[in-house]
Design a binder for this molecule. Sequence first.
Ligand SMILES: Nc1ncnc2c1ncn2[C@@H]1O[C@H](COP(=O)(O)OP(=O)(O)OP(=O)(O)O)[C@@H](O)[C@H]1O
Ligand SMILES: O=c1ccn([C@@H]2O[C@H](COP(=O)(O)O)[C@@H](O)[C@H]2O)c(=O)[nH]1
Length: 278
Amino acid sequence: MFKSVANNNDKKIRKTFHNKNSNAIPNLSTNSNPNKNTSNKRKSKILLVLGLLAVGSSLFSISYQKSPPQAFLEEVDIMSKEESLPKNLNIIFVLGGPGVGKGTQCDKIVKDYGFVHLSAGDLLRAEQSRPNSEYGELIKNYIKEGLIVPQEVTIQLLKNAILENYNKSHQLNFLIDGFPRKMDQAITFEKTVHPCKFVLFFDCSEKVMLERLLKRSKTSGRDDDNMESIKKRFKTFVETSMPVIQYFEQQYKVVKINCEKSVEEVYKDVQNAIKDHE
Ligand SMILES: Nc1ncnc2c1ncn2[C@@H]1O[C@H](COP(=O)(O)OP(=O)(O)OP(=O)(O)O)[C@@H](O)[C@H]1O
Ligand SMILES: O=c1ccn([C@@H]2O[C@H](COP(=O)(O)O)[C@@H](O)[C@H]2O)c(=O)[nH]1
């Protein structure tokens, strides 16, 4: 189908050319042109036009740099507070495939160590259900398709939650669960919010994660706990989120934890990792 459209277009273009240049077969060789004067005049005209275009684009580029369009981040009005974030935050990223057990382990860490648990997925779902949210529909679609919501939205939600907790109770210790899941998020968050101290990477086979998710689907009420969305989430994890883990591995920031064990056994490894980073 695409081929036939392309062929039609191609024919149309060729036809137009032929009409405008009745006898014309385009000739790119200057030597074969009998009228050199006319050819030279044409060349000078073309050079003049190219020169004007170059000057124009330089002027445009200078003015563009002086007043670039506002970054999307500034336009997101989920809650744009002017307050700056504290510089001494203690941030642990909690990463791993869908259903590996991130939330389960975070709940246990919160109880024992008093961290604040911020799940990027939970924040997005809350924003999705917020009445009149500008991003509700967008978030819903991305989640159903297992795709990563544009970073501006997620980072703003995380910033707001960090600030809220800091303002309320001077909390500095945060578990950021299920984020960053894409390279742009990792870089922007560490640059504009705070670098992470280390990364807990929960590892598990897809088979086990699928079993856990299907079991959870009976009670979770989540739009994406179904076979179709789960497959898409696995794909996104492998293709988009694993490179983030590799990026932090190169910085020796990753503690990999095998999650094909009981919740308590996994938690022992988690505690050791926290101890090693005190
Ligand atoms: N070690 C474990 N052994 C058996 N079941 C587990 C284990 N850890 C978690 N589960 C169960 O697996 C399901 C998924 O766990 P959890 O919600 O913590 O995963 P998650 O990584 O946060 O998922 P998601 O990425 O979808 O948010 C839950 O029903 C949980 O009770
Ligand atoms: O940084 C993020 C985190 C999550 N999402 C989207 O939310 C769903 C659900 O996330 P869970 O961590 O499983 O609760 C995820 O599949 C993404 O669609 C995101 O876009 N960005």
